[in-house]
Design a protein around this ligand. Sequence first.
Ligand SMILES: NC(=O)c1ccc[n+]([C@@H]2O[C@H](COP(=O)([O-])OP(=O)(O)OC[C@H]3O[C@@H](n4cnc5c(N)ncnc54)[C@H](OP(=O)(O)O)[C@@H]3O)[C@@H](O)[C@H]2O)c1
Length: 273
Amino acid sequence: MITRTIPSTGESIPVIGMGTYNTFDTNNKSAIDSLTAVLNTFYQAGGRLIDSSPMYGNAERMVGTLTSKAPFANELFYATKVWTRGLQQGIKQMDHSMDLMDRKVIDLMQIHNLTDWKTHLPVLREWKEAGKIRYIGITHYTFSSYDDLEKVMRAEPVDFVQFNYSILEREAEDRLLYVAAELGVATLINRPFGQGRLFTHLKNEPLPHWAADLSIQSWGAFLLKYIIAHSNVTCVIPASSNAQHMADNMKAGEGTLPDERTREKMAAYVRAL
Ligand SMILES: NC(=O)c1ccc[n+]([C@@H]2O[C@H](COP(=O)([O-])OP(=O)(O)OC[C@H]3O[C@@H](n4cnc5c(N)ncnc54)[C@H](OP(=O)(O)O)[C@@H]3O)[C@@H](O)[C@H]2O)c1
């Protein structure tokens, strides 16, 4: 698995992580077996960073339930978010997330969609100082929020910025990916499959014959290799509830990455379908 460096510390993390929106939001006991297979596949392929949020229903609890039974629990990198307004509400929510995820330390605490960020940021700084969290981040999921993400990054030191980026939604290439690199902020990429819509678009289409030159055998790997080939991407966090999909996706983190010309060819191919 290819790794990237978190600029603020020099720590390495595997370039493919895992999202939990929808996929881990279940109480269903029968889902535990299939999600255990998803988590094991992720870990065995070299994945470490798991991203959740109190916004994702039962997902944080499911992360805690599954990882607490895993022998590799302490090797994972746990990211979640604060998604509420008000100082005390934020503290209460973050403490609750740590209980649900069964963690004494959260690796990355992010301010979800910049919600009430001016209130939460000083608390995150205190918690980082106290060792309760290791990194601070901010997130959003729409192109229209990029200016706001940039303003916060320029005004306040943060370790991570999370935003949307995919082969058909490339706006982050215009500016945000470069601003993050310039400021030494690690990037987490959400919605790499446009929340799954890219598969609806591509599922009956053939991969181009030249994908084999990049050791690509699935659309999942094709779409993710496009993203991680951007050198300013630190980690992409696709979500899946299906172990076979997870295995396909994780393969993107191995082998050759496309150069700039090939990336353009990949985007043009998908656009034309
Ligand atoms: N504001 C924020 O902070 C924010 C906003 C959005 C997202 N996020 C984070 O980013 C993560 C990723 O975004 P997302 O979950 O919205 O969307 P996504 O990762 O772009 O797409 C997920 C969907 O793709 C499908 N999928 C995955 N691999 C597949 C494969 N190989 N073949 C076919 N289908 C496949 C999944 O279905 P299956 O289950 O069937 O595989 C799922 O429905 C989230 O889970 C969350 O952690 C954060």
